[in-house]
Design a binder for this molecule. Sequence first.
Ligand code: UDP
Ligand code: MG
Length: 306
Amino acid sequence: MALLSVVIPSFNEEAMLPAALEAIPASLEEAGIRYELIFVDDGSNDRTWECIARGAKEKPEGTIRGVRFSRNFGKEAAIFAGLASAKGDCVAVMDCDLQHPPKTLIQMYRLWEEGYEVIEGVKRSRGEENAAHSFAARVFYRIMSTSTGLDMSKASDFKLLDRKAVEVLLRIPERNAFFRAISSWIGFRTASVEFDVQKRAAGESKWTVFSLTKYAVNNIVGFSSAPMKLVMWIGVLTLIFAFLLSAETLVRYFSGSAVEGFTTVILLLLVLGSLILISLGVIGYYISRIFEEVKGRPRYIISETL
Ligand code: UDP
Ligand code: MG
């Protein structure tokens, strides 16, 4: 019988873990699916690891496993660590806070049995969010969709992948891979399942405005070189403007009425100075990404497994 591995990244989730340890196995057992759960403790500083250990004792050996990071490496790293230690014929990734409903997981598994290789959870509704957040999310996904050529607006990290797809993902050396996008980018026979994002019952979202912005910028830079191309186009526009302005200045000079005052000079200096610095910053961002990839440090460090 096929084995389903479920990878569950968990960071400071002591409030939600008992519920997850209850609900996910219960619905999988009811559906008669052979499974293993892999909790990846992403360097929590609460009792997450103890909760996982306790849960593992209650089930037959090997059903619930844990991987503990030496510090917080982020959800993406946790997902990849889980994929690497999964033994199943197919591997699902879901959140620890039960915002991804277990019954959707079973629907995904059935699609896998029908022969689909990448099954994506698609958000029917985004759950409860404030207006600023959903606006920012829309802008981010618009940019991501354009740069990946995939519709990402409803994408989530809730996915089920065939062993074949998992092997491909694990062979991609990119350290800063964006799971949500790269798992669609790899192709394969794809299906999607809609689900409603559930309300988080306990604990709180780990995202702050700062961390979300950083995440967004990182993923845009990781998937697209559009910002660098934009720099060039701004350069071209400035050049055209420069031609027009110098023509005018020269005409005026020879006709004896030179452009007056420092105002023009100061404005030009300020505008060009900022444009140049911003452009350097954009390029610097890409260089720092190259630097990080080239250093080749591991994506995560495991301190304990269970
Ligand atoms: N998570 C993680 N590492 C982090 C932040 C989050 O492993 O640094 C996990 C978290 O435990 C949860 C999932 O990622 O299982 C989604 O996190 P959260 O619920 O905070 O995000 P949201 O649902 O608000 O997008
Ligand atoms: Mg959540």
